[in-house]
Design a protein around this ligand. Structure first.
Ligand code: ZN
Length: 173
């Protein structure tokens, strides 16, 4: 397995819409394993292929405390949404920024597993939030899109400054 680098907002590559996986092969399984390792290393709970600059509809997630319940969603589609909830979200592509986002309370999602077999899942709470957040990534959306444009510009400014500092440090090192 290998670790991948995660794109950071406002990188325009986060805006690309990912393409469906035509058939699940070793290539997708290798990508999923690398994404899972990358997500664990970054202490995230979900990661979409878009975030590692791969334009395919693949998401990995693990909401368990001890990182023992990896979940894989290939070509995920939300087929039903019920109610609403507001939850504070963060994102590996928007480091250090947390904000409240309103989303559906319950969702039904259809996807393929790593074995290529279709499955359906009903999710609520944090799992439902995470699924909606990750599918947004596949559609080129980032959670800060739900914020006011003023707040989004502040986030963008802060991250650009941070990225410049990181770059300057890397050059000095
Ligand atoms: Zn995210």
């Amino acid at each position: 397995m290998s670790r991948l680098s995660i794109l950071e907002f406002p990188d325009p590559r986060l805006r690309r819409v990912a393409k469906p996986v035509e058939s699940v092969t070793e290539r997708e399984r290798k990508l999923a394993a690398d994404m899972l390792e990358t997500m664990y290393e970054a202490r995230g709970i979900g990661l979409a292929a878009t975030q590692v600059n791969e334009g395919v509809r693949l998401v990995v997630m693990d909401l368990s405390e001890d990182r023992s319940e990896p979940r894989f969603f290939i070509n995920p589609e939300i087929t039903d949404r019920v109610g609403s909830q507001t939850c504070e979200e963060g994102c590996l592509s928007v480091p250090g920024i947390y904000a409240e986002v309103k989303r559906a309370e319950k969702v039904t999602v259809r996807a393929l597993g790593l074995d290529g077999a279709p499955f359906e899942l009903e999710a609520d709470g944090l799992l439902a939030v995470c699924i909606q957040h990750e599918i947004d990534h596949l559609d080129g959306k980032v959670f800060v899109d739900y914020l006011s444009s003023l707040k989004r510009r502040m986030v963008e400014k802060r991250l650009r400054k941070q990225q410049r500092q990181d770059k300057a440090e890397a050059t000095r090192a």
